[in-house]
Design a binder for this molecule. Structure first.
Ligand code: CMP
Length: 139
C-alpha cells in the first residue's frame, strides 16, 4: 500500500556533494518526493529523533555528527517505500553494505566511533509518522 517515509541525507552526504546522486536513486526507483528541506538540525530535534538510542555508546557522537552541518530531510511517498528505501540504502555499516546500494556504492568507513553512513530511512509506518512530525511539523 502507499506509504510515506522520512529520508535524511546526513551531513556527510551533503558535505560530499551526494544529494543529487542519492535523490536520483530514490526518484529512479519510482518514489515521489513530496517535501524536501536542507537544514542544520538543532539538538532538541536530534534528541527527539534519536530518543531510542539514548544511553548507547554511539548516542552522543551521533547527535554531534548529525548537527555538524546541513542535512537534507525529505518525505518520500510510494508503494512500500519504507522497506524499499531501506533496501536502496543498504546495511547500516558501509563496509558490509552490498554494492548496488547507496551505502555500498558511496559509503566510506572512516573508522570513527559513529557510522557516518550517508542516509537515514524510517523503519516502520509508526516511526515514519513520528519522524515526519518532528522534521516537518504539520505535514
Ligand atoms: P540511523 O538509521 O540514522 O539510526 C541510528 C544511527 O546510529 C545509524 O543510522 C548509524 O548512523 C548509527 N549507528 C547505529 N548503530 C551503530 C553502531 N553500532 N555504532 C556506531 N553507530 C551506529
Amino acid at each position: 500500500s502507499t506509504e510515506r517515509t522520512l529520508i535524511l541525507i546526513k551531513p556527510d552526504g551533503v558535505r560530499r556533494g551526494l544529494v543529487g546522486e542519492i535523490l536520483r536513486r530514490v526518484e529512479a526507483k519510482g518514489y515521489t518526493l513530496t517535501s524536501v528541506e536542507l537544514r542544520t538540525a538543532a539538538d532538541d530535534l536530534l534528541a527527539a529523533h534519536y530518543a531510542e538510542h539514548e544511553g548507547k555508546p554511539f548516542y552522543a557522537p551521533l547527535v554531534e555528527f548529525m548537527g555538524s552541518g546541513p542535512a537534507l530531510a525529505a518525505i518520500a511517498e510510494g508503494n512500500r517505500v519504507i522497506e524499499g528505501f531501506r533496501a536502496l540504502a543498504g546495511a547500516t555499516d558501509p563496509t558490509a553494505a552490498l554494492p548496488g546500494t547507496i551505502r555500498g556504492d558511496l559509503g566510506r568507513d572512516w573508522g570513527l566511533k559513529v557510522q557516518q553512513n550517508l542516509v537515514h530511512g524510517s523503519d516502520s509506518v509508526e516511526s515514519a509518522e513520528r519522524e515526519i512530525g518532528l522534521w516537518f511539523p504539520g505535514r
